[in-house]
Write a protein of this length. Structure first.
Length: 286
């Protein structure tokens, strides 16, 4: 058999074979891959290239070596799920760099991390002042995670004692000018609703590159024609503003009238509407 045909057949077979084995080995991001898996994937890639290019003449020996480097990491991965000791051997352990606001210099030396590198990593986590950092740790992937001091953390609705509505994942309902029925149905919507929203925006479906519906039911669109600026419909915000105006009108009426019975009616209903607004705020405002 001619050598070019051997290379062609080997390459095709190895491509699909390695593709299957890589999927079995699991989805691991390169940026968050531990050294063990990085080396394993590298050796698999090298062996595959050598076998494919017919540099390893003996196909059986090449496949044997490739199989070992594929199957052993898979086996060790499953065992490591049950054994903390093996997991630490394969992936290493986390290392504390900052504890109680103090830098652990010995740990920095052990990992060969300079002070400048530490400061750079802290800045990437929006910690520009060392005095703001309570705790920092190097993960087994080499990534540094930072915990800011309590008085330096961003304020959340929970800190303010405010309730917010549970957020669901947004759904892409239009892509490249085509309506996606499945995600639209998952939101309990249909094409009729979508056409009405686009009509209210003054937008043609053919001009929509991406259309997304958020958890509040608002439609966001990105157009092919970037020179056009289309207002996004904020139905729930408008509803909340209308209710606020009604509540303000009731307060105004109660102050203007001299009829005690009418004044009391306005005050009672104004208070009821205020309670309704308080309950609706987490759902209508984001």
């Amino acid at each position: 058999m001619k050598e070019w045909l051997i290379i062609l057949l080997r390459s095709i077979g190895l491509f699909f074979g390695v593709l299957i084995f890589i999927r079995v080995m699991g989805k691991k991001q390169i940026a968050r891959m531990t050294p063990f898996y990085f080396v394993s994937y590298g050796v698999i890639a090298i062996l595959t290239a050598l076998i494919s290019a017919n540099i390893i003449k003996n196909l059986g020996f090449g496949l044997l070596a490739l199989g070992i480097w594929i199957l052993i990491p898979i086996a060790l991965d499953y065992i490591a799920m049950k054994s903390k000791w093996l997991h630490d051997v394969l992936n290493g352990r986390e290392t504390v760099l900052v504890k109680d606001g103090k830098i652990m210099e010995e740990n920095l030396k052990q990992l060969r991390i300079t002070g400048e590198e530490l400061m750079r990593e802290l800045r990437s986590k929006n910690a520009f002042l060392m005095s703001d950092v309570e705790f920092a740790m190097v993960e087994t992937t080499g990534e540094i995670n930072v915990l800011l001091k309590s008085d330096k953390k961003p304020v959340t609705p929970h800190d303010l004692g405010k309730k917010v509505a549970t957020q669901m994942a947004p759904q892409t309902v239009i892509l490249d000018g085509n309506v996606l029925d499945e995600p639209l149905g998952d939101m309990g919507l249909n094409q009729g609703w979508l056409r009405v929203q686009l009509k209210n925006m003054g937008v043609s479906l053919d001009n929509v590159f991406v259309g997304q519906v958020d958890a509040s039911g608002d439609l966001y669109v990105d157009l092919f024609d970037d020179s056009l600026q289309q207002p996004q419909i904020q139905v729930k915000e408008l509803l909340y503003a209308t209710l606020e105006k009604c509540e303000a009108d009731l307060v105004s009426f109660s102050l203007e009238t001299e009829d005690e019975k009418a004044k009391k009616m306005y005050e009672i209903n104004g208070q009821r509407l205020q309670d309704v607004l308080k309950n609706l705020e987490p759902h209508l405002l984001r």
